[in-house]
Write a protein that binds this ligand. Sequence first.
Ligand code: FAD
Length: 388
Amino acid sequence: MVLERGDVANSWRRERWDSLRLLTPNWQTRLPGYRYEGADPDGFMTMAEVIEFVSNFAVKAAAPVRTHTAVTSVRQTDDGYQVATHDGDLRCRSLVLASGACNVPNVPPLQQGLPASIECLTPFDYRNPDQLPEGGVLIVGASATGVQLADEIHRSGRPVTLSVGEHVRLPRTYRGRDVLWWMDASGMWNQRYDEIDDLTRARRLPSPQLIGTRERTTLDLNALSAAGVELVGRLAAVRNGRALFSGGLCNQFALADLKMDRLLDTFDDWARTHSRGAGVNPPERFEPTRVPASSRLHLDLASGEIRSVIWATGFRPDYSWLDVPVVDRKGHLRHDGGVVDAPGLYAIGLPVLRRRKSTFIHGAEDDARDLIDHLACYLANTTVRQRG
Ligand SMILES: Cc1cc2nc3c(=O)[nH]c(=O)nc-3n(C[C@H](O)[C@H](O)[C@H](O)COP(=O)(O)OP(=O)(O)OC[C@H]3O[C@@H](n4cnc5c(N)ncnc54)[C@H](O)[C@@H]3O)c2cc1C
């Protein structure tokens, strides 16, 4: 049984802004036995299309979904789990946590220092620029969400200041192909969790600076600053109504450029040795991220220059309803490739759960197959023990 607190595809219905399109191309949007088959494989789905895609999959798979059934607590019992919902209790021997990796926007505690005159939004509150007061907007965070919102809000005519911390720079296309084609073809997406040197770091990497547009636009910091978005360093503190930014912009840029170049080197190496890499354009390298001649280290938030702040500082899962001691002090679930540290308990859909692609729609299939094998063995073994 699948329990869902909203409707099927709830996160896509309720927690995304109006103009969002997937950053993964249509050809890559697939679920087990179900894939995009429209006329635009290189396009990027709108939210309405994603909702339709996931809903159609649920029908095709005949998934036994109980919608509008929020789980309020899960407790361990002698032979499995007791699941409390708004619609009564259930018991099960095995349970999969598929409640998502992005349930709550991460807002740093320094929000409390902002003057009351500033309107604060998270990506869950934001729908479109019309909702913002006239005047300047400070966007904190320059990963996929931050760069996309900076672009849209700047186009609405508002001055945008973008606070940039650690980020992952990627071109939309490389050597004539979508950069995610390269991730797929070169095997990067499929890299397994137990082959990654620093798994903790890999699981916390910010999302890449990508946007899905018809024109296949690259939306990196050079594009944003050329359009007129002001770049400042990481937001380090808010003191006496002033935002203080770190001075390490130059280093942040150099690091992101270096990592992008290393990834492109990996793609080039792969193309040299694999037949699928034949016929692509020659290797290219991109202009380093331009460091502004002078970047502001502080901003007076009480002056009226900035009227709203958007926290594009990432998301985290919510396990407040999980009364099983498997979440560490930092809120991370203790699991080994989705096999959670409690009998018969599994997780899916978390970053680099079993592969680099685990947190993306197309990553679900391979992870689900592995976990179902484990789960089926678990159920078979416990049945034998109970009978014995
Ligand atoms: C802004 C944004 C953009 C993204 N863009 C892309 C993209 O371009 N391409 C891509 O492949 N991926 C993208 N992702 C990642 C994408 O969200 C995941 O690939 C996908 O949603 C994972 O599906 P899921 O079912 O594991 O999690 P979710 O889609 O989060 O689904 C979890 C479900 O669990 C339900 N739930 C949670 N708690 C409870 C509870 N207590 N009781 C009952 N139900 C509960 C929720 O209502 C939700 O419907 C994006 C994510 C975000 C946040």
